[in-house]
Design a protein around this ligand. Structure first.
Ligand code: SF4
Length: 371
C-alpha cells in the first residue's frame, strides 16, 4: 500500500475494523480510488455497493456504518458564523458528516442516532470552487477547513482525501487548508504534501476532561506529540481551545496546556483559537446531562447559550496572558461578540495588526456564478 508505512497499515487496519462493522458505497463511487484505498486499508469491514444512500438498511443507519457517497456539487461555503458575533472568515469544505469519537458536547450526537458516517468522495467540484475563490482573492489569505461537520483527520488514513485536495489546490499559494482534529493521524501526510498549504490543527482540552468527555478521541498529550512531529517535518500547526469549560479542576490544567505550547516555535504556529462552550437552546435536550452543563448559561445575541460575558472575558484574559508568556503566534476568539473582543484584545480583529491578515474580508461568489 503506497500511502501508509507498514506499522501504520497494522495500526489503522485494526483501528478501523474496530470502529466500523459495515462499509457501503454508492455505485457511482464504488470504484473511486479513495474507496478502493479504504477497502485495502481495512479489508475486514464487510463492504457492499448500493445504488443510492437510501438503500442503507434501517438497522445500519448508525455511527458504526461507513457510507461513501458521490454527489458532486457545492460542498464549499463560508463558516456559518453566528448572528451578532465575529466570524473568522473561514471556508468550510463538507467532506464528512458525522463522527463517532463521542465527545459529549458535540452537536453531531443528535444526527448520529439516525445516520451512518457519511464521506463525500468526489472532491473535484470542491477543489474547483476553492480555486475559483483563491483566484478572486489573489493577494489575500484564504483559509479553508474540512473539520466543520466531522473530524478532518479521523478517516483520512482510510481514504487519503486530504492529500487529493492539497494536490488539487497546489497552484493557489494564497489558499491554506487546515486539517482540524482530535486524533494524532498525521503521519500519512508528513513529507507527502506541501507544507506551504496545509496547517495541522489540534483541538485541546485538559486530559482529565478529555478522558471523560471525549472518550474515543486520541489523548491530548498524543495530539501534542503529533503536532511536534508535524513541526519537525516542517509543517505549521494550529491549536484550538474549544470548547473551553470552567471548573476549579480545569483552570490549572488550561494554564498548563497553554504553557506547553511554548515548546513550539511561534513562527510554526499558524494560529490559536479560543471559544468557551456554547449550544443552541434546541440542542440542549440532545446533549447528555454532564456536570459542566449544570453551570450558569445565558442566551447571547445569536440565541446560543454561553457563560456570562464577564466570566468569558475573565477566562479568555487569563488564557491569553498564559499564551502570551510563551508564544507570539496569532490568537483569536471563535464566535465571540465585538464587546468581548474589545474587552479581551482592546479591539476587533481587523483593528489588530497581528490578526488583520487572518480576518481580511473575502469575496465568496454564490454557487453557480461563472468560474
Ligand atoms: S471529534 Fe468533533 S465531530 Fe467528532 S464527536 Fe468530537 S466534537 Fe464531534
Amino acid at each position: 500500500m503506497s500511502f501508509l508505512n507498514s506499522s501504520d497499515e497494522l495500526r489503522y487496519r485494526s483501528y478501523y475494523t474496530r470502529s466500523f462493522d459495515h462499509f457501503y458505497a454508492e455505485e457511482s463511487v464504488a470504484e473511486h480510488p479513495a474507496v478502493l484505498r479504504a477497502r485495502e486499508v481495512a479489508p475486514d469491514i464487510p463492504f457492499e455497493m448500493l445504488r443510492s444512500r437510501e438503500e442503507v438498511p434501517a438497522e445500519h443507519r448508525r455511527a458504526r456504518t461507513l457510507l461513501a457517497v458521490g454527489g458532486r456539487g457545492n460542498a464549499v461555503g463560508r463558516c456559518p458564523g453566528t448572528r451578532g458575533h465575529i466570524c473568522c472568515n473561514y471556508l468550510t469544505v463538507d467532506l464528512y458528516t458525522g463522527c463517532n469519537l463521542g465527545c459529549s458536547y458535540c452537536i453531531m450526537q443528535s444526527y448520529l442516532n439516525f445516520s451512518p458516517i457519511t464521506v463525500r468522495i468526489d472532491t473535484q467540484d470542491s477543489v474547483a470552487r476553492l480555486g475559483h475563490i483563491a483566484r478572486l482573492n489573489a493577494g489575500r489569505l484564504v483559509r479553508a477547513g474540512t473539520g466543520e461537520t466531522g473530524d478532518s483527520l479521523w478517516l483520512d488514513p482510510l481514504f487519503n482525501i486530504s492529500a487529493e485536495i492539497l494536490e488539487g489546490i497546489r497552484e493557489y499559494p494564497n489558499l491554506v487548508l487546515e486539517l482540524k482534529t482530535k486524533t494524532d493521524f498525521v503521519d500519512h501526510l508528513l513529507g507527502k504534501v506541501d507544507p506551504a498549504q496545509v496547517v495541522f490543527g489540534f483541538s485541546l482540552n485538559p486530559t482529565q476532561f478529555a478522558e471523560v468527555e471525549e472518550p474515543a478521541t486520541v489523548p491530548p498529550a498524543l495530539r501534542l506529540a503529533a503536532a511536534e512531529r508535524s513541526v519537525q517535518a516542517g509543517y505549521r500547526v494550529a491549536f484550538h481551545f474549544d470548547p473551553i469549560v470552567r471548573s476549579a479542576a480545569t483552570a490549572e490544567a488550561y494554564a498548563q496546556l497553554c504553557t506547553e505550547l511554548g515548546r513550539f516555535p511561534s513562527e510554526q504556529i499558524a494560529w490559536i483559537s479560543m471559544g468557551t462552550i456554547r449550544y443552541p437552546k434546541e440542542l440542549r435536550d440532545a446533549l447528555p446531562d454532564r456536570p459542566y452543563l449544570l453551570d450558569e448559561f445565558v442566551p447571547a445575541r445569536d440565541g446560543k447559550y454561553r457563560y456570562l460575558q464577564r466570566d468569558r472575558v475573565e477566562l479568555y484574559r487569563a488564557m491569553l496572558k498564559q499564551l502570551r508568556a510563551v508564544t507570539s503566534a496569532p490568537v483569536y476568539l471563535c464566535m465571540e461578540s465585538d464587546v468581548v473582543w474589545r474587552r479581551v484584545f482592546g479591539g476587533e480583529p481587523q483593528e489588530l495588526p497581528e490578526l488583520r491578515r487572518l480576518f481580511e474580508d473575502l469575496e465568496v461568489p454564490s454557487v453557480g456564478e461563472a468560474q
